[in-house]
Ligand binder design. Structure first.
Ligand code: NDP
Length: 498
C-alpha cells in the first residue's frame, strides 16, 4: 500500500506519525491526545494505527526479516547496529528523558537514569550477539549433532506506560539481537519513546521494516497486532488481566508468548535489621516512580517487636518526601501518569479506609498552586488492614504502602506468600542464614536481601504465579526470541541407523 500522507515526524508537529517500513505515516483522521500529567496540558496528538496500518506494518516486517541483508547478516555485524543504537541513545539522552517525563510524569533524574539503563541494554545485547553461539551436543552415533537457534520472524512487543524507556529497550534489543523484526506497540499514555527508538534504529543503520512502531490503544491496535497471522511471537508487559487475555489469543494461535505482569511485592523487616537502611530501602522501593512500578514493595511486613519504631521512622521520612513538578530540582516524586489513574488510586485508599485502614501519612492530593493542574497524589502509608483487605491484595500501582505486623519467620512466610502475585520481594535482616531460608521460601521471581530495586540487565527477570510467564534479560533473554533447531550431520553416510 502507498501512504500518500507520509510526512517526516519532524515536520508533523501537530500529529505524531506511526513508523512503518522506515517511513512516518500520519493518520490525521484518527488520533488521540498525549497529556502531560504534571500540567494537564496536551503535548501533541498521536496517530492511531488501525487494522490497515497493522497489516502493512506486519507485511513490511515479514519482508524485512526474510531479506538476505538481515537473515544472513553475521551476528557481529548485527551487534554493530545495536551498539550504534546505544551510542545514539546516550547522545540524545535529554530528548529521550524529556519525552518520558512529559508523558508519564517521572522525575527528571529517574528519566535520565532510565535512558542510561536502556542504552546499556542495547550495548549488552550487542555483546550477546557477538558471543552467543550454537551448541554441539553429545552424539550417540557416527554423526555430529548440533542445536542452532533461529528467530521466530515477526515479534509483537506490547509495553506499558510506567517505564517505556527501560521496558521497550528490554524487548526490542534482545528481539533484534535474535534476528527478528519487531513491531512495537507502546502504551497510549507513553507513545513517543518508542517512536524515537524507531527513529534511532534507522539512524543506526537498521534496515527499514525491522522495527516498526504502531501507536494506538490496546483494543484496536494491540488486538489487531496479536491476531495477525504473520506475527509469530508476542512479548507483553502490562497488567495481569490484559496478559491473561493475550495468552488466550496466543494459545488459540499456537504461538509463544512472554508475559511480564503485575505484582504486590512483600517487603520484610526482621527485628535484627539495620532499621535506618531498611527505611530508606522501603521508601525508595514503593515511592520511586510514584509507586508505578511492577516490583514496588507495596506490602510491608514488620516484625512486631520493632513495628512501632519502624512505622514512626517511615512516617517521619515520608512526611519530608519531596513531591514536586518532575523537572523541579530535588523532586523525589512527580504526579501519577494520568488523571484516570489517580482516580483509581484514590478509590483504593477510600476502600482501605472503609475496610478499617488507618492513613498514617498522605491519603490526599498535595496542596499548592504547582499541583492544581496535575495528577498529583501524596505518598501514603496505611496500617490496620488485614492481609485479606482489598488494598493489600490488589495491585494499586500507586504511592500507597500497606503495613502489617508479623510474629515469626513461619508466620511471615505464610502471609507473604498468601497472594496471587509472585514478582519480587525484599528481606532486611542481619542473619544471613535466615535471609537464605526466607529467600528460598518466598514464591517470587526476584528476591532482594538488604537492598531493594537494584536491577541488572545481566540477571534474568520475571514472575512466579500471576506475575507472568518467561524471563527477560540476561544472556538467555535472547533465547526468548528464538526457536531451537536440532541438526544431525552424518560422519559416515554408509552407516545409517536401521
Ligand atoms: P495494561 O495491561 O492496561 O496495558 C499494557 C499494554 O497492553 C498497553 O500498551 C495496552 O495498550 C496494551 N493492551 C491493552 N489491551 C490489549 C489487548 N486486548 N490486546 C493487545 N494489547 C493490549 O497495563 P498498563 O499499561 O496499565 O501498565 C500497568 C501494568 O503493567 C501494571 O499491572 C504493572 O504491574 C504491569 N507492569 C509489569 C512489569 C513487569 O515487568 N512484570 C513492568 C511494568 C509494568 P493501551 O494502554 O494503549 O490501551
Amino acid at each position: 500500500m502507498h501512504w500518500s500522507n507520509s510526512v517526516p515526524n519532524s515536520l508533523s508537529t501537530s500529529v505524531k506519525s506511526l513508523l512503518i517500513d522506515g517511513k512516518n505515516v500520519c493518520n490525521q483522521e484518527n488520533t488521540f491526545d498525549s497529556i502531560n500529567p504534571a500540567t494537564g496540558e496536551t503535548n501533541y496528538r498521536v496517530s492511531i494505527a488501525d487494522e490497515r496500518h497493522v497489516a502493512v506494518a506486519v507485511a513490511s516486517a515479514k519482508d524485512a526479516v526474510s531479506e538476505p541483508a538481515w537473515r544472513t547478516m553475521l551476528p557481529h555485524i548485527r551487534a554493530r547496529i545495536l551498539a550504534r543504537m546505544s551510542a545514539i541513545m546516550e547522545s540524545r539522552s535529554d530528548e529521550l528523558a524529556r519525552l518520558q517525563m512529559i508523558e508519564n510524569g517521572k522525575v527528571w533524574s529517574e528519566c535520565k537514569a532510565q535512558v542510561a539503563s536502556a542504552a546499556a541494554t542495547f550495548r549488552y545485547y550487542a555483546a550477546v550477539c557477538e558471543t552467543l553461539g550454537s551448541e554441539v551436543t553429545p552424539s550417540r552415533g557416527d554423526y555430529l549433532s548440533m542445536t542452532a537457534y533461529e528467530p521466530y520472524g515477526v515479534v509483537a512487543a506490547i509495553t506499558p506506560w510506567n517505564s517505556p524507556l527501560t521496558m521497550e529497550a528490554q524487548k526490542v534489543a534482545p528481539a533484534l539481537a535474535a534476528g527478528n523484526a519487531v513491531i512495537l506497540k507502546p502504551s497510549e499514555v507513553t507513545p513517543s519513546v518508542g517512536l524515537m527508538l524507531g527513529e534511532i534504529a534507522l539512524e543506526a543503520g537498521l534496515p527499514p521494516g525491522l522495527l516498526n512502531v504502531l501507536t494506538g490503544d490496546g483494543a484496536v491496535t494491540g488486538n489487531a497486532l496479536i491476531n495477525h497471522p504473520d506475527v509469530r511471537m508476542i512479548s507483553f508487559t502490562g497488567g495481569t488481566a490484559t496478559g491473561r487475555n493475550i495468552a488466550v489469543t496466543a494459545a488459540q494461535r499456537l504461538i509463544p508468548v512472554a508475559l511480564e505482569l503485575g505484582g504486590k511485592s512483600p517487603h520484610i523487616i526482621f527485628a535484627d535489621a539495620n532499621i535506618d537502611a531498611a527505611v530508606e530501602g522501603i521508601v525508595g522501593g514503593i515511592f520511586e516512580g510514584s509507586g508505578q512500578s511492577c516490583v514496588a514493595g507495596s506490602r510491608l511486613f514488620v516484625q512486631r517487636s520493632v513495628y512501632g519504631k519502624v512505622v514512626d521512622a517511615l512516617v517521619a521520612r515520608v512526611s519530608k518526601f519531596r513531591v514536586d513538578l518532575p523537572d523541579a530540582e530535588g523532586a523525589e516524586m512527580g504526579p501519577l501518569a494520568s488523571f484516570p489513574h489517580r482516580d483509581r488510586v484514590e478509590r483504593f485508599v477510600a476502600i482501605a479506609k472503609d475496610e478499617g485502614g488507618k492513613v498514617l501519612v498522605g491519603g490526599e492530593r498535595p496542596q499548592g498552586s504547582q499541583f492544581d493542574k496535575g495528577a498529583f497524589y501524596l505518598p501514603t502509608i496505611i496500617d490496620g488492614l488485614t492481609n485479606q483487605a482489598t488494598a493489600v491484595r490488589e495491585e494499586i500501582f500507586g504511592p500507597v504502602l500497606c503495613v502489617l505486623p508479623f510474629e515469626d519467620e513461619s508466620d511471615l512466610v505464610a502471609q507473604a506468600n498468601d497472594t496471587n502475585f509472585g514478582l519480587a520481594s525484599g528481606i532486611w535482616t542481619a542473619n544471613y542464614q535466615r535471609a537464605w531460608r526466607v529467600a528460598r521460601a518466598l514464591e517470587t521471581g526476584l528476591v532482594w536481601i538488604n537492598t531493594y530495586k537494584q536491577l541488572s540487565i545481566s540477571t534474568p527477570f520475571g514472575g512466579f504465579k500471576d506475575s507472568g510467564i518467561g524471563r527477560e534479560k540476561g544472556i538467555n533473554g535472547v533465547r526468548l526470541y528464538q526457536q531451537s533447531k536440532g541438526i544431525y550431520w552424518s560422519m559416515n553416510p554408509l552407516n545409517m541407523p536401521h
